[in-house]
Design a protein around this ligand. Structure first.
Ligand code: ADQ
Length: 446
C-alpha cells in the first residue's frame, strides 16, 4: 500500500453502526482526517470486536488497517497492563497499580502486532505517528521492521515523575520503546521533563539542549504539545437556536435553579468525581436553608466497567449521590441530578450552555478536553470554570479559570462559593481570556 503517513492508535477512527462504518466523534479524528486524506494515509488500530479478524478497508479516504485482538489480549493487554498497570501508575498511583508478568507479555505481543501491521503498509520513507500509552513499545518494533521510517509518539496522559515510574519492573523496556521514536511529545512541560529525567537515569541519555536528548548516539526530540479541540464545532452547536432552546428547557426541567453547576467525565477514579461530591456536600451543610437555589448535575460516562477499581468507584459515587440527595431533598427538588450514560454531542453542548459553573477537578489528568469544550460552548462569554491544578489544561487556562487543589475539599467548597457569588464583570473578563486561549491553541494548531 506504501502509505506516506500512518497513524497508529489503540482503536480505528471508525465504529460499526448497525450496518455500516461511521467516523468516531472527537477532535483528534477530525484533525487528522484531512492530513491523512491529503497524503494517502492509513490508520492502524483495533476494529472494536474481540476475536474478529478483518481485512483492510477504505473509509473517509483513509486506508483502515484493523489489528485483531482476542478475548485474552483484551483481558491481559487492554484491561490488564494498559488500564490496571499503566493508567493508575501514570496518574500518580491514585489507585494502586497491579504488576503481572502475563499482562506485560501480552503488552509486548500486542505492541508487536501493531508494529507489524504498520510495517506492511508504510512507504519505506514514510511517517508513523503512534498514539498513547497502549503503544509505547511500538516505536521500537516499527524501527526494527522498517528502519527508515520517521516515527513520532504522542502521549495523551501524564508521564509520571521518575520516583513513580521506577516502580515499573519493565521501566527500561518502556523507555527504550519510546526513545526509538524521532519525536516524543507530551501534553505538558512537566511530563516532558519527567521523561527526560527517566531517560537520563535508565538509558544514560545525554541532553543536547533545545529539547533533544542523545540516546546511544541517536538524537530524540522531546516536545510539549498540548492538545486542543475543534472550537468551531462547539461554537456552531452552541449558537444553534435548537440548542439554546433546549438549554433553557433543561433549566426549567431542573426547577429553574439560580445557579446550575456541572460535572462531565468518564466515570474514572482520576477525575475526582467523589471529591466534587464531598465539596458539594460541605457547601450544602453550610447553607442548607437556601440550598434549593442551586442544582449540581453530574454526567458520568460508563467506562472500563470490567476493571474492579471502576466498579468500586461507581458504587462509591452512586452511594454518595443517594446519601446527599436523601439528606437534603425537598418535594420537587433534590440537590444532585446524576446521569450514568454517554450523551450525543448535541446534548453535551446543551449542558455546557445551560451551566453557570463547570467543575473539572481531576486528581491528575493529561489535559482534560471537557474544560476546553465548556469554554468553547460559552458563546455568551459568561460562566465560571473551576479547574484542578493537576489537569494539564491548567498550564494553559490558569489566567481565566479558578484553580483548585482537589485534595483540599474545604478549599474546593470555598471556591465553588466564590464562583456562585462572582460578579458578572469578573466572570466575563475571565471567560474572555479563556476563550482566546482555547480558540488560539485549537486542535489544528496542535
Ligand atoms: P479522557 O480521559 O477520556 O482523555 P477528556 O480529555 O476529558 O478525558 O475527554 C473526554 C471526552 O469524552 C470529551 O471529549 C468529552 O466531550 C467526552 N465525554 C465526556 N462525557 C461524555 C458523555 N456523558 N457523553 C459523551 N461524551 C462525553 C484522554 C486523557 C485526557 C486528554 C485526552 C485527549 O485522559 O487528559 O485530554 O485523552 O488527549
Amino acid at each position: 500500500m506504501d502509505s506516506r503517513i500512518v497513524v497508529v492508535a489503540n482503536r480505528l477512527p471508525v465504529r460499526w453502526a448497525d450496518d455500516r462504518w461511521e467516523t468516531s466523534p472527537g477532535g483528534l479524528v477530525r484533525a487528522l482526517v484531512p492530513i491523512l486524506n491529503e497524503r494517502r494515509g492509513a490508520w492502524v488500530g483495533w476494529g472494536g470486536v474481540a476475536g474478529e479478524t478483518m481485512e483492510p478497508f477504505g473509509h473517509d479516504g483513509i486506508d483502515q488497517i484493523p489489528v485483531a485482538l482476542s478475548e485474552e489480549d483484551l483481558e491481559d493487554f487492554y484491561f490488564g497492563f494498559c488500564n490496571g498497570t499503566l493508567w493508575p501508575l501514570y496518574h500518580d498511583a491514585v489507585v494502586t497499580p497491579d504488576f503481572h508478568r502475563h499482562w506485560w507479555r501480552a503488552y509486548e505481543r500486542v505492541n508487536r502486532r501493531y508494529a507489524e501491521a504498520v510495517a506492511e503498509v508504510i512507504d519505506p520513507d514514510g511517517i508513523a505517528w503512534v498514539q498513547d500509552y497502549q503503544l509505547q513499545l511500538a516505536p521500537q518494533y516499527i524501527r526494527d521492521l522498517a528502519p527508515r521510517t520517521k516515527i513520532g509518539f504522542y502521549l495523551h496522559i501524564p508521564f509520571p515523575p521518575v520516583e513513580l515510574f521506577s516502580r515499573l519492573p519493565w521501566r527500561t523496556d518502556i523507555l527504550r520503546g519510546l526513545a526509538s521514536a524521532d519525536v516524543v511529545a507530551f501534553q505538558t512541560r512537566r511530563s516532558a521533563e519527567n521523561f527526560i529525567r527517566c531517560v537520563r537515569r535508565y538509558l544514560g541519555g545525554v541532553p543536547q539542549g533545545q529539547g533533544t536528548i542523545d540516546v546511544g548516539g541517536r538524537l530524540v526530540r522531546v516536545q510539549r504539545a498540548p492538545i486542543g479541540i475543534d472550537v468551531d464545532e462547539f461554537h456552531q452547536l452552541a449558537a444553534s437556536p435548537e440548542i439554546q432552546a433546549k438549554a433553557a428547557r433543561l433549566r426549567e426541567d431542573l426547577g429553574k435553579p439560580d445557579k446550575l453547576i456541572l460535572g462531565v467525565d468518564r466515570l474514572d477514579y482520576t477525575k475526582g468525581i467523589d471529591v466534587r461530591l464531598k465539596a458539594v456536600d460541605t457547601l450544602l451543610a453550610w447553607s442548607a436553608e437556601h440550598a434549593d437555589r442551586y442544582e449540581f448535575v453530574q454526567v458520568a460516562v460508563p467506562t472500563r466497567e470490567s476493571v474492579p477499581a471502576y466498579q468500586e468507584l461507581r458504587e462509591r459515587v452512586e452511594g454518595m449521590v443517594g446519601r446527599i440527595n436523601g439528606e437534603y431533598a425537598r418535594p420537587g427538588w433534590s440537590p444532585i441530578h446524576y446521569l450514568h450514560r454517554s450523551l450525543p454531542l448535541e446534548d453535551l453542548v446543551t449542558y455546557y450552555v445551560a451551566a453557570d459553573i463547570m467543575l473539572v477537578t481531576p486528581l491528575r489528568d493529561g489535559m482534560n478536553l471537557v474544560a476546553k469544550e465548556y469554554v468553547a460552548s460559552r458563546i455568551d462569554h459568561d460562566g465560571v470554570l473551576i479547574l484542578s491544578e493537576f489537569a494539564g489544561a491548567a498550564g494553559q487556562l490558569h489566567n481565566g479559570a479558578l484553580l483548585v487543589n482537589p485534595f483540599d475539599i474545604q478549599g474546593l467548597a470555598d471556591t465553588i462559593h466564590s464562583a456562585l457569588t462572582m460578579k458578572s464583570e469578573e466572570r466575563l473578563a475571565r471567560m474572555r481570556k479563556l476563550r482566546r486561549c482555547v480558540a488560539r491553541q485549537n486542535v489544528f494548531w496542535w
